[in-house]
Structure formats: C-alpha cells, structure tokens
Design a protein around this ligand. Structure first.
Ligand SMILES: *Cc1c(COP(=O)(O)O)cnc(C)c1O
Length: 400
C-alpha cells in the first residue's frame, strides 16, 4: 500500500480531483481500493501494545481511520489547499464537530443569520443548552459583524453564498474582525464548492462541506468534511471525532472519491446551465426577482465576482403570485423534480418557505428575505434547452 499516484506539487485542480491522495496496494489496481473493514489485525501482542501506546502509527479501527477514508481526506485537502482534513458521516456531523470540538461553557459564538436549517438549530437551540452564548448577525452587513465582534468570541460560523437567498458575505472583512475578537472562522462552503471559492485564502480558519451535495453530486450517499490547520485537526478535532464516532463508511468514502473525479465537469456544466436559466427567468413576466451571484443585478455582485470564480449551480427566484404561483409552477414541471437536495446531476427544485425553512417561522423568514413566492432551483448537468423548456412548462402552469 501507499505508492502515491503522482507528486502533487504542480498539479492543477481538475487533475488533483482525479489523482490526489490515491494510494495503490501491491496489486496495482487502477481505481482506489475499497477497504470495507471495521478493524485491522496485529502481528503480535507487542505490536498492539506499541500501537496503543502511540509508538507505532498504523490503522487500528475504522472509527479512528481507514485507508479508503484517508484517500478521500487527502484528496479533499489537496483540492482545498488545506493542511489537513477529516471526513464524517454527513455534512451536519462535520458542522457539529467543527463547532463543538473546541468549545466550552462560557464561550461565545457569532453566526450569520442565513444558515442551513440544522446549522441554525445548533446555534440557536443546542449550544445555549451547554452554557455557550450565541448571537446571530445580518451576514451582508459588516457593521452588524463589527458590533457583535466588539466582544471576545471563540467562533464565527457563516455560509456564503447562503441557502436559499444566495447572500454573499465578505470573507476577508469578517475574518479580520473575527481574528481581532479572538475567534476562529468556520465557513460552510457547500454552495460554492471547493472549485469556485477558497475561504482559507480569504482568511477563514476552517472550511466545512456536506459531501452529500456536489462532491457526491449523484444523489447516492451522505458525507461531510472539515478542513483546516494540521495542528487544530490533529489536536482538537481528531480526539473529538475518534471518541464520539461520526465516522464515514469506507464504502461511502469510496463513492465520494469517484464523485470527486468528475466534480469539475459537473460543476462547470451546472454553472453554465444555471447562468443561462437565471438570464432566461429574469426576462419572464411571472418572475419578480432572480438571485444568482454571477449576474450583474445580484445585491453583492462585485463581492461575488471578487470572491468566487463562477456563480455556482443554484438559482433562486421569486414568483409574483406568491405561494400559489410557486406551487403551480413546481407542479407543472416534468423534468425538474421537487426535492430538498441540491448539487445533484439532476436539476431539483424546492419551495424553501414550506420545506427547508418552514421551521424558522414567518418572522425569521421575513428577516432573511425568504418570501412565499421564492423557489430554489438546483441546476443539474442536463441540456440547458431541455431545462428551459421545462421551466417554460412550469411558468405556463401558473396561468392555467
Ligand atoms: C446540506 C447542507 C448541510 C448539511 O449536510 P448533510 O450532508 O445533509 O448533513 C449543511 N450546510 C449546507 C449549506 C448544506 O447545503
């Protein structure tokens, strides 16, 4: 085992997605080997003793580490430009571990208000139960960050672009305020993917992913990843993961490795389609507003252009007719299916106000700008003309 596929120093992202972290066994297999094993055997009682004493570094148990899982971690770290990575059984396990592993009672966490539903729950409901003070800010408003970070804090959590309104947050401005307050910055980079935005280069300390989204991108498995400095990963995150057990199955790690091989092709195709569909929707009379980070009319267009290399695969828009129009539109689609997942090869549509963001309540939704007419479209890799025909079909169903 562990003959590296290639030396990575000079490889570009699309090549790293295919080769980084690959380790061949002595059988010389082409595809990454799947080590579907929970445990590992020792040659002697002495070897087991030395391993548990930390004198020998080797695989012991798949809750601590596994060769297939390690290949995924190395590949993700190489793409992100991070020193180290650990993967988890879901995106939420990654966010939860990244937040909780270093916190203690009395600490303070500041988060952008526009967060994925379960992340919002961890900040608003879970952490306060353990004596951790939490505060939400309006992520696009630097003055609001400045006020919250005028007091010491341990962590900052934000998502950019956010779900579902695609609000863009100034990473370097927030990172600098956070660091002055003594806080590490965690960025949930799911919507941008590791290809379109590199938060570590803008000052973030920790990046988290739901690998369920674009990294698998084919609707098969859940997974999560946490990336950051080696010292923090090994000394703070790893003991938490090892002892609490949100380990990723080696089988799912293997599927995610195969997902990464086509990530750049899928993200490029999704971005190209999303840009076309956003422009198409913006011209339609049924639509009140379109949000897409690469469009000139996005509220933070200049920031999005500076921070991201493309607009991403998600387009959000609001229908003039509110919930009734949104439901008629969605029910009128034939190719694009209704699902709360995103980042898939298949285009998917959801109505955030009644599904992913229903539990926030009307007041919080209003504060986040999630109207009853808002629809989130996750754009897949189909032919853009077929997607446009389907959107036309959905829009026609509103009038009917
Ligand atoms: C999906 C998602 C998560 C949670 O990931 P799971 O894999 O579903 O647990 C967290 N953050 C964002 C932005 C997401 O889209």
């Amino acid at each position: 085992m562990t003959e590296p596929f290639s030396s990575l120093a000079v490889l570009r992202p699309a090549t790293r997605l295919v080769h980084a972290g690959g380790s061949r066994t002595r059988f010389g297999e082409t595809a990454e080997a799947l080590f579907l094993t929970s445990g590992f055997v020792y040659e002697s009682a002495e070897e087991a003793e030395a391993t548990f004493r930390g004198e020998i570094s080797r695989y012991q148990y798949s809750r601590f580490g596994n060769p297939t899982v390690a290949m995924l971690e190395e590949r993700l770290a190489a793409i992100e430009g991070a020193e180290a990575c650990r993967v988890t059984a879901s995106g939420m396990a990654a966010v939860h571990a990244a937040l909780v592993c270093g916190l203690q009672a009395g600490d303070r966490v500041v988060a952008a208000r526009a967060l994925f539903g379960s992340c919002h729950w961890i900040i608003s409901a879970l952490l306060p139960r353990f004596g951790i003070a939490t505060e939400f800010v309006d992520g696009a408003d630097i003055a609001s960050w400045r006020a919250a970070l005028a007091h010491p804090a341990a962590l900052v959590l934000l998502e950019t672009p956010s779900n579902p309104m695609l609000e863009v947050i100034d990473l370097s401005a927030v990172a600098s305020l956070a660091h002055d307050a003594g806080a590490k910055v965690i960025v949930d980079n799911v919507f941008a993917t590791p290809l379109l935005q590199r938060p570590l280069e803008w000052g973030a300390d920790i990046v988290v992913y739901s690998c369920t989204k674009h990294i698998d991108g084919q609707g098969r498995v859940l997974g999560g990843a946490v990336l950051g400095a080696r010292k923090w990963v090994e000394e703070v995150l790893q003991p938490y993961l090892r002892n609490t057990g949100p380990a990723l199955s080696p089988f799912n790690a293997w599927l995610l490795l195969k997902g990464l091989e086509t990530l750049s092709l899928r993200v490029e195709a999704g971005c190209r389609n999303a840009a076309k569909l956003a422009d198409f929707l913006a011209e339609r009379p049924e639509i009140a507003q379109v949000w897409y980070p690469a469009r000139a009319d996005h509220p933070q267009a200049a920031l999005a252009r500076a921070q991201m290399s493309d607009g991403g695969t998600i387009v959000t828009f609001s229908l003039k007719g509110g919930k009734g129009a949104a439901f008629a539109f969605m029910n009128g689609l034939r190719l694009i299916r209704i699902s709360n997942n995103l980042g898939d090869a298949k285009s998917l549509v959801t109505h955030p106000a009644t599904t992913t963001h229903s539990r926030l309540g009307a007041e919080e939704r209003a504060r986040l700008g999630i109207g009853d007419g808002a629809v989130r479209l996750s754009v897949g890799i189909e032919d853009a003309a077929d997607l446009q025909d389907d959107l036309t079909r959905g829009l026609a169903a509103i009038a009917a």
